[in-house]
Write a protein that binds this ligand. Structure first.
Ligand SMILES: [Zn+2]
Length: 328
């Protein structure tokens, strides 16, 4: 029996993606390849979110140890450490959860990095779930070699990452890149942040569904079978439904406006658009490119690639693991 599976030069790391409903965890190699992954609900009984993360880590470590037993005559399997990308606001300096909504009860204030280092005796790096997406692209995806990159995640909310000179821009404590709260209309819709006309109020999956149902109600139309969700709204848009088209046009124009502003401010070479809404793919992307181009000086738009991410639903988990190559 060996005593440790830790090796700072190992070919693998543990990546953990902590979302509001589930935790995806995997053993990930430097090219983003995944040897083993597990998925479990974020909430279970009276367990804390930290306890649930520990359950996921333990399952992976048990597997790694088993491999070590099987291969003990050859090269034993080892790992670099644990990378976590999590929902909520992360204090990047300390790896603690600065704030999490009621979606993750009791999570605010959790000193995640120090807790996990104590539990497992391995190096732990923590960042928010959107920031790590950019690392999946940078190390093992379409962003390889890109120095100036913007990533957007269109999901329940709108998340963002700014990559400058190859590094994530964290700001003072780690909050930088909240592109969802960039205002695209200073007299626009009120937002939960206190602002008005935030991108998120138009272009998140939640907002798209909400605005679709408002339009249906205004039109006196019956949506049959209750309110529409984002998927149903997008399906109607693709089928040419005028109300859904109006809602999606607003979302896409808001995205074009925000991205144009970012192109003028950051002059990036790559814009990656991910999140659940981006599953629509090219029909959405081509409209976003069109609305961005209209609003951007040609010298800032020419040569910019606006693309989909490389790793779909596992980008968060892969990117979380990539922190062990990025920072250590
Ligand atoms: Zn806002």
């Amino acid at each position: 029996m060996r005593t440790s599976i830790y090796d700072p030069g190992a070919d693998y790391a543990i990546g953990i993606d902590v979302g509001g409903t589930k935790i995806n965890a995997g053993i990930v190699g430097s090219n983003g390849e995944t040897l083993l992954s597990v998925s479990l609900p974020t909430k279970a009984g009276s367990s804390t979110v930290g306890d649930r993360i520990a359950v996921a880590v333990q399952r992976l470590l048990d597997w790694v140890r088993e491999q070590g037993e099987i291969e003990r005559k050859g090269k034993e399997m080892s790992i670099r450490g644990i990378g976590i990308g999590t929902a909520g606001q992360v204090d990047w300096r300390t790896g603690a959860i600065r704030y999490a909504s009621d979606l993750l009860p009791g999570y605010t204030g959790t000193p995640l990095k120090s807790d996990m280092e104590k539990r497992f005796g391995l190096p732990v790096v923590v960042d928010n779930d959107v920031n790590v997406l950019s690392l999946a692209e940078k190390h093992a995806g379409i962003g390889k070699g890109a120095k100036q990159m913007i990533c957007l995640a269109l999901g329940t909310g709108v998340g963002g990452v700014l990559v400058n000179d190859g590094k994530i821009v964290h700001g003072v404590w780690g909050g930088a890149g909240e592109i969802g709260h960039l205002s695209v209309d200073y007299r626009g819709l009120p937002c939960i942040c206190g602002g008005r006309g935030c991108l998120e109020a138009y272009a998140s999956g939640t907002s798209i569904a909400k605005r679709m149902n408002e339009r249906l109600a205004e039109a006196g139309a019956d949506s049959l079978g209750g309110p529409l969700d984002t998927r149903a709204t997008v399906d109607r848009w693709q089928a040419g439904d005028p109300l859904a088209t109006a809602v999606m046009d607003e979302a896409i124009e808001a995205l074009g406006s925000a991205i144009s502003g970012l192109l003028h401010v950051f002059n990036p070479e790559l814009v990656v658009i991910g999140g659940g809404l981006a599953d629509v793919g090219e029909p959405l992307l081509s409209r976003i490119r069109e609305e961005t181009r209209k609003r951007t000086m040609p010298s800032f738009y020419d040569g910019v690639r606006i693309v989909l991410p490389s790793h779909g639903n596992y980008g968060g988990m892969i990117g979380a693991a990539m922190q062990l190559w990025e920072y250590r």
